[in-house]
Design a protein around this ligand. Structure first.
Ligand code: GDP
Ligand code: MG
Length: 469
C-alpha cells in the first residue's frame, strides 16, 4: 500500500496514571525502522524483519541508556488501526517510564502525534468512515451500557450503512435526471416527477425515522441533565446524597447551606443522570445566596428533568409557586419529601398550585412521596425516571440511535432539501431544480460519513479526540 503520510507519529495511548502497563504507539511507514533505533533484543532481532501480528521481548534504550524492559507488537500495513505500519510498545505503566519510552522514540525520529491523529489517518487511509471514527471516541467516553452498545453498533457501520443506502438511492435518481437533461432525445422525464416524488418521500421518511431517535440518543450519550429544585431545607442535598449513595453534599438544618450548583453523575437502571443540586429558591437578602439562586434558575432552563423537592411538613408559599413556573414545558417529578413527619402538603394542594402557576395537565409531571432521611421512595423514583425517558426500556435489536449532534444536523439538512425537491415537483418547476436540491440532500448525508466534508472540518473533528487515539 502506498503511504499517504511521510512522517511517522508517536504518542502514549494509555492513561497517564500509575498502571500495570503503558503503551507507546508508533504509526507510519518508518515505524519499524524508528523503533529499531531504540529497541534491543537479547538475540539481536530487528523489528523491521518481523512479520505483522507478532510480539517481541526486549529493552528500550535512549542514547545507550537502558530505560525499560518491554514487549513490542509489530503490525504491518494495511492490517492495523491506521492502515500503516504500526509498532506498539508495552512498557511498565509508571508515568515516568512510559514518558521516557516515548521520548526515546521521538529522539529516534518520530513526530509527536496530535490528538486524534491515529484515527484521522485511519479515516484518510480508508480504514473507516467518519461516523465510525467518531464512534471510537464515543466508545471511549461511554457513560453507560446503552451508550456503549450504540457506539459499538456505529463503529460496526450501522449509521453509515443506513445513510449510504439512502444516499445511494438519491444519487440514482439524480443521475437519471442529469442523464435525461443531457440527452433529451433518447431519455424522457415525462411522468418521472411522480416516480421521483414517491422515491424522495420514501427516503425522507427513513431520515425522519432516524431523527426520531436523536433525542433518546443524546440522553443516552450525554446523560439526562437533572436539576434538583426546591425551597431551602426541603431536603434537596439529602436527595442528592441518597441517589449517590454517599454523603456528597453538606446537609444541615440551616436554610441556605447549599449556595453553589453541585454536579454529580449517577447511573440508574442503565441510564446516566447528570444531577445538579442547587441553592434553595427563596427571596434571599444575602448576595452570595442570591447568585446561587440565579444559577439554580439558569440550570433549570435547560434541564431535561426537574426534580422538585417539596418539604411536605411545611405549607406551600410563593417560593413554591416560583419553582413551579420553572417546570413549565419540562419533564418533572415532584417529590413530597419528609413523608416520615406529619404532613401538611397533599397531592391535591400541589395540583391546585400547579394550575395557579400555569402548568398544564399534559405537562409531564408526576408526584411521589419520599423520605430522603429514611431512604424511602428511591425505587419508585428510579422507576419513574426510566419510564419517563425511555418508555421503560431501550430497544436495541435493529434500532439505530443517532447520538451525535453533527449527524443530527446533517440529517435535518437532508430532510429540508428533500422537502424542497417535493415542493419543486408539486409546483412543476423545471427538472434541474429537482436535482439541485437532491444534490443538497446527498451532500448533507455525505457529511456524516465524511465523503463530502472539507479538510478543515475533518481536522476540527479529529482535534477533539483524545491523545494517542
Ligand atoms: N424528617 C426528615 N428530615 C429530612 C428529610 N430530608 C431532609 N431532612 C432534613 O432537612 C434538613 C435540610 O436538608 P438538606 O438536604 O440540607 O435540604 P436542602 O436545603 O434542600 O439541601 C436537614 O436537617 C435534613 O436532615 C426527610 O425525609 N425527613
Ligand atoms: Mg442543600
Amino acid at each position: 500500500m502506498t503511504e499517504k503520510f511521510e512522517d511517522t507519529i508517536a504518542a502514549i495511548s494509555t492513561a497517564m496514571a500509575p498502571s500495570g502497563i503503558g503503551i507507546v504507539r508508533i504509526s507510519g511507514a518508518e515505524a519499524p525502522k524508528i523503533a529499531d533505533r531504540v529497541y534491543r533484543s537479547n538475540k539481536g532481532k530487528r523489528l523491521a524483519d518481523q512479520k505483522g501480528y507478532t510480539v517481541h521481548h526486549g529493552y528500550i534504550e535512549d542514547h545507550g541508556e537502558r530505560i525499560d524492559e518491554v514487549l513490542v507488537m509489530v503490525l504491518r500495513a494495511p492490517h492495523s488501526y491506521t492502515g500503516e505500519n504500526t509498532i506498539e510498545i508495552d512498557c511498565h505503566g509508571g508515568v515516568l517510564a512510559t514518558r521516557k519510552v516515548l521520548e526515546a522514540v521521538l529522539h529516534a525520529g518520530a513526530r509527536p502525534a496530535e490528538p486524534g491523529e491515529f484515527s484521522k489517518r485511519a479515516f484518510l487511509n480508508g480504514r473507516m468512515d467518519l461516523s465510525q471514527a467518531e464512534a471510537v471516541m464515543d466508545i471511549i467516553s461511554a457513560k453507560n451500557d446503552y451508550a456503549l452498545k450504540s457506539a459499538q453498533q456505529q463503529l460496526a457501520g450501522s449509521v453509515s450503512g443506513e445513510v449510504r443506502e439512502i444516499r445511494g438511492k438519491l444519487l440514482y435518481e439524480t443521475a437519471r435526471i442529469e442523464a435525461a437533461l443531457d440527452d433529451p432525445e433518447h431519455m424522457s422525464l415525462d411522468g418521472y416527477g411522480e416516480i421521483l416524488r414517491k422515491a424522495v418521500l420514501q427516503q425522507r421518511e427513513k431520515i425522519q425515522h432516524l431523527l426520531m431517535t436523536a433525542d433518546s440518543g443524546r440522553l443516552m450519550q450525554e446523560g439526562i441533565k437533572t436539576v434538583i429544585l426546591g425551597k431551602p431545607n426541603a431536603g434537596k442535598s439529602s436527595l442528592l446524597n441518597l441517589l449517590l449513595g454517599e454523603d456528597r453534599a453538606i446537609v444541615t438544618d440551616i436554610a441556605g447551606t447549599t449556595r453553589d450548583v453541585l454536579e454529580e453523575q449517577i447511573n440508574i437502571r442503565g441510564i446516566t443522570l447528570r444531577i445538579l443540586d442547587t441553592a434553595g429558591i427563596r427571596n434571599a437578602e444575602d448576595q452570595i445566596e442570591k447568585i446561587g439562586i440565579n444559577r439554580a434558575i439558569d440550570q433549570a432552563k435547560d434541564a431535561d428533568l426537574i426534580l422538585y423537592v417539596a418539604d411536605s411538613s411545611v405549607p406551600l408559599d410563593e417560593n413554591d409557586h416560583e419553582i413551579m413556573t420553572l417546570m413549565k414545558g419540562k419533564k418533572a417529578i415532584i417529590l413530597l419529601n419528609k413523608s416520615d413527619l406529619e404532613t401538611v402538603v397533599t397531592e391535591d394542594l400541589i395540583r391546585r398550585e400547579m394550575k395557579n402557576a400555569g402548568l398544564q395537565e399534559n405537562d409531564e409531571t408526576v408526584i411521589l412521596g419520599i423520605s430522603a432521611k429514611n431512604k424511602q421512595g428511591l425505587d419508585q423514583l428510579e422507576k419513574q425516571i426510566e419510564k419517563m425517558f425511555f418508555n421503560g426500556k431501550i430497544v436495541f435489536n435493529d434500532q439505530i440511535y443517532i447520538t451525535n449532534a453533527r449527524h443530527k444536523k446533517a440529517l435535518e439538512d437532508a430532510c429540508e432539501s428533500l422537502g424542497y425537491v417535493i415542493k419543486s415537483i408539486d409546483e412543476q418547476m423545471p427538472e434541474d431544480f429537482w436535482s439541485i436540491d437532491l444534490m443538497g440532500a446527498i451532500d448533507a448525508l455525505g457529511r456524516i460519513t465524511g465523503e463530502t466534508l472539507g479538510e478543515d472540518l475533518v481536522n476540527e473533528i479529529f482535534a477533539k479526540f483524545c491523545m494517542g487515539k
